[in-house]
Each structure stands twice: as structure tokens, then as C-alpha cells.
Design a protein around this ligand. Structure first.
Ligand code: NAP
Length: 269
């Protein structure tokens, strides 16, 4: 039986991926920062839970030791943040990158030697479409995901000779309760745009499709004989990804402004 590890499986997308993997016949190891605090209804029967805090190098090393060899690594755990680029405390952005980028990188690094020795393995990172089209005021989040996608794209070339495949899943909005690290207040120079984006983001997530969609995408990547690299997922994901790639940059900007209700145009002071 193949073994799969999913980070951040206490709820949301990670939980749905872990359930899909179990249903597809994988032995699943899942992580949460505090697995002992998970309520019985939050645990998926048949899955082993381990502690992992991606902001803590020691925790990453302990997890890798405790988990043992895995055939599939799904790097899903992540955090979000809202704030104007001008006003974001750099320390908070570093903390975000610690979880979304550096922690994920370290974890992947530690699983790769085993995969190389076995000359097989699959690494799937959950990024975001914000990596391709940054969301205003979620710029730090978008940047952390863009960096993750770039790392994974490079990694895909590097590990191919060892029989390891690398793919990225890029969700659009998915209905989860992912907390927003709020880095603005009523004194922000960027009100009301930032408040509008915040409101629209919350509404979009509330009305978005469920996380099972991402679980199904992960399974279809694992079943593919030669999986591609970049997998947009969500409502009209393929169409949106196509438009983002092929529309002129000015048109994309106008769509993003309209989508997020930004009141001031590019030429305004
Ligand atoms: N929801 C969306 O619309 C959407 C869209 C695009 C991309 N994504 C990405 O999909 C992934 C999952 O998002 P989600 O919406 O399912 O969020 P979520 O419901 O908040 O789940 C996040 C998971 O990550 C874990 N986590 C957070 N910080 C961590 C850390 N420092 N170390 C280890 N684990 C940590 C959480 O574990 P704890 O139980 O320990 O808190 C939780 O299990 C994220 O990478 C997110 O950026 C989501």
C-alpha cells in the first residue's frame, strides 16, 4: 500500500485531500499543529495524525522522523494575510513566509533523499491562483505562493531523473475557514479599498465550492501517467487560468479592479 503524507489536514483543503487519499486506498499520515486537540469529528478514521508546525525547524525534523518514508507528499498547510504593501510589518510577512514557503521547502528537502534512493516519489504543493494573479492587499500571501510555485517548477526539472514527479495545485476560491492575519486597521491610508477587498474575499470564500474538489484533483494527478505541472482548481478554474494567461496585461488589471471593487483607477493620485 502506498503511503501519503498531507500537511495541514486538521480542516479545510488538507482534510479533504487526506480523506480522498484514504478513499483511494493510500495509507495516510496527516499533520496538524496540535493533533491532540482535534475533536473526534475532526479526525478521519483510519488516518494517523502527527504534530507539525512549519514555523519550527525542530518540529519539521521530528515529523519527518516520526512519519517514516512516504511515496506521496502533499504540502498543503498554509496561512493567509491581508494588508497594504506599504503598511505590512516585515516581521509579519516573514512569519507568513516561514509557514507558506520556508517550512514547506524544508519539509520537502527532508523527504527528497528517501524518494531519490527509492527512485520514486510524488510531491504535490498546494499553491493558489493568487501566485499567478496577485490579489490586491493579499500581496504578501500572493508573493509567498508565487515563490512556492517557482521553487516547485525548478524542483520538477531537478528531480525528474530520479523518478520523482512534482506538481502544483492552484485553487481559486474554496469554501474553507482559513483565517486571515489582518494587518490593517481604521487608520490605514488604503481604506476603503482594503476593506472592500476584505469583504469581497470573505464573501467569495463563503460562496465557493467545497474542498472535495481539491481532493479529487490530487487523486487525478496521482493517477495520471505523466501529470502536468500546474493544476488550477475551483469554479471555472480552467477558463479563468486560460484568460489570465492569454488576455493582455491591461485587460487582466481591469478585470481584477472590477472583481475586487477597487474604486481608484491606475492614474488616480
Ligand atoms: N481556501 C481557499 O480558497 C484557498 C485558495 C487558494 C489556496 N489555498 C491554500 O490551500 C491550503 C489550505 O487552505 P485552507 O483554506 O484549507 O486553510 P485552513 O482551513 O485554515 O487549513 C490550513 C491548515 O494548515 C495548517 N497550518 C497553518 N499554519 C501552519 C503552520 N505554521 N504549521 C503547520 N500547519 C499549519 C492548519 O493547521 P492547524 O490546525 O494547526 O491550524 C490547517 O490544518 C493553504 O496552503 C492555502 O493557502 C486555499
Amino acid at each position: 500500500m502506498s503511503r501519503a503524507l498531507v500537511t495541514g489536514a486538521s480542516r479545510g483543503i488538507g482534510k479533504a485531500i487526506a480523506a480522498a487519499l484514504r478513499d483511494a486506498g493510500y495509507e495516510v499520515v496527516a499533520t496538524a499543529r496540535k493533533p491532540e486537540a482535534l475533536a473526534p469529528q475532526d479526525r478521519i478514521p483510519g488516518i494517523t495524525y502527527h504534530a507539525l508546525d512549519l514555523s519550527d525547524a525542530g518540529s519539521i525534523e521530528s515529523l519527518v522522523r516520526a512519519a517514516g518514508p512516504v511515496d506521496v507528499l502533499v504540502s498543503n498547510a498554509g496561512q493567509s494575510q491581508i494588508g497594504a504593501v506599504e503598511e505590512l510589518p516585515v516581521a509579519d510577512v516573514k512569519r507568513l513566509f516561514e509557514a507558506n514557503l520556508f517550512g514547506a521547502l524544508r519539509l520537502i528537502q527532508l523527504f527528497l533523499p528517501g524518494m531519490r534512493q527509492r527512485r520514486s516519489g510524488k510531491v504535490i504543493a498546494i499553491a493558489s491562483m493568487a501566485a499567478v494573479s496577485p490579489v490586491p492587499f493579499l500581496s504578501s500571501y500572493s508573493a509567498s505562493k508565487a515563490a512556492l510555485v517557482a521553487l516547485m517548477r525548478g524542483l520538477r526539472y531537478e528531480v525528474a531523473p530520479f523518478g520523482i514527479t512534482v506538481a502544483v495545485v492552484a485553487p481559486f476560491d474554496i469554501h474553507t475557514t482559513i483565517p486571515l492575519d489582518i494587518r490593517y486597521d481604521s487608520r490605514s491610508a488604503y481604506l476603503p479599498d482594503i476593506a472592500t477587498v476584505h469583504e469581497k474575499r470573505d464573501k467569495a470564500l463563503a460562496e465557493a465550492p467545497g474542498a472535495e474538489l481539491v481532493g479529487a484533483e490530487v487523486i487525478s494527478i496521482l493517477r495520471a501517467r505523466r501529470p502536468g505541472f500546474f493544476h488550477p482548481v475551483g469554479r471555472e478554474a480552467a477558463m479563468n487560468a486560460f484568460l489570465l494567461r492569454h488576455l493582455p496585461a491591461g485587460a487582466v488589471e481591469r478585470i481584477i479592479r472590477r472583481l475586487f471593487g477597487l474604486t481608484r483607477g491606475a492614474a488616480s493620485p
